[in-house]
Design a protein. Structure first.
Length: 355
């Protein structure tokens, strides 16, 4: 049955129940039974519990509720409206999501563009800095090259000037040696070929300060500050010192300066005047004293024995220098810093005490 028929049936039952409740008890018992027609179709019935008016409750105790009926057309229309609302909401949500996605995409694109712009700017700055550094390095290299070229040129010029000065000096000395006269007066050292004289007083003072043993060899020995002509002719330069026993010029002997001891300006300017003087005085001692003094233990002269022990005349003179001035004295032939051996010390001490 439809909903209208069920509603009518329910109202009929409710009226019947109310009417029966209003009949007095006795009437009920005495009245003939009333026939209630049976309802063939069942319907939804709202059942209420009977309550006394004196139970003190004024609120509903219904346990079942039937909502108002709505036609199929209204239900369909409502569902369609809700579906349309849902569609519109979904489209709006989709559009909002699309809009947010577009915004996010635009923001990401902007961020990437800004990052690329920053990277390009950083690369540009770095390139500019690299270019500036390269330019600075190039300029520094150019300046350094110019400075180095100037330094080399200055050194070359200084060397050229030094070589020119040295050559001029050599030529002057060569001319002086070539023009050297052999008619110098004995005892007049200013007339000796090669005399310089710039440091004559210093050279003489160094000779005067020699040890007593060596000064015994200076009888009739002249002290000359000069460039010895024979040494210059053979060596091509003014050597530090020369002992000349025979008076040699460039190629002959017998000149006025026989038995002379020479120290050149170059020797004095070397700062080794004391060592040079002792070395040359050693030659004078070897020639004037040791050459004529016999070693009784060997039967040889001390000059012969000393030359054997030292290995020659020049090392012998160096040994005398080391004996008086120490191993650190300038020793051209033994090597500066070479100390005397026991045998070398013994021969010198015996020589100096015996001769």
């Amino acid at each position: 049955m439809n909903k209208n028929t069920a509603l009518i049936s329910a109202l009929f039952v409710a009226i019947l129940i109310v009417t029966t409740a209003c009949i007095p008890q006795g009437a009920i018992n005495s009245a003939p039974a009333v026939s209630v027609p049976q309802i063939v179709e069942t319907t939804e019935v709202v059942v209420e519990e009977a309550h006394s008016d004196h139970d003190g409750h004024d609120h509903s105790h219904e346990e079942y509720v039937t909502t108002p009926e709505v036609s199929e057309e209204e239900i369909a229309a409502t569902a369609a409206a809700k579906a349309e609302e849902a569609r519109i909401a979904a489209e709006a949500a989709a559009e909002e999501a699309a809009r947010q996605a577009q915004i996010a995409a635009e923001q990401e694109a902007q961020r990437q563009a800004e990052a690329e712009a920053e990277a390009e700017e950083a690369a540009r700055i770095q390139a500019e800095q690299a270019a500036a550094q390269a330019a600075a390095d190039k300029e520094a290299a150019r300046v350094a090259a110019e400075q180095e070229a100037a330094r080399v040129a200055a050194e070359q010029e200084a060397q050229r000037q030094a070589e020119a000065a040295a050559e001029a000096q050599r030529q002057a000395e060569a001319e002086a040696a070539a023009a050297c006269k052999t008619d110098a007066v004995h005892g007049v050292i200013t007339s000796y070929c090669g005399y310089e004289g710039t440091y004559q007083s210093q050279v003489q003072a160094a000779a005067d300060a020699l040890p007593a043993e060596l000064k015994t060899a200076f009888v009739d020995v002249e002290i000359v500050n000069g460039c010895h002509p024979n040494a210059f002719a053979s060596m091509g330069r003014c050597v530090y010192g020369v002992w000349d026993s025979a008076g040699w010029d460039a190629d002959t002997h017998g000149n006025a300066w026989s038995r002379s001891l020479w120290v050149s300006n170059r020797g004095v300017e070397s700062g080794r005047l004391t060592d040079i003087m002792v070395h040359e005085a050693g030659h004078a001692y070897s020639f004037n004293i040791a050459r004529n003094c016999v070693n009784e233990d060997t039967g040889n002269t001390y000059r012969e024995d000393a030359r054997i022990i030292f290995g020659g005349e020049e090392p012998f003179a160096d040994g005398i220098t080391a004996y008086y001035n120490g191993a650190g004295a300038f020793q051209n032939y033994r090597g500066t810093g070479t100390a005397l051996s026991v045998a070398e010390t013994d021969i010198l001490e015996k020589m100096f005490s015996s001769c």
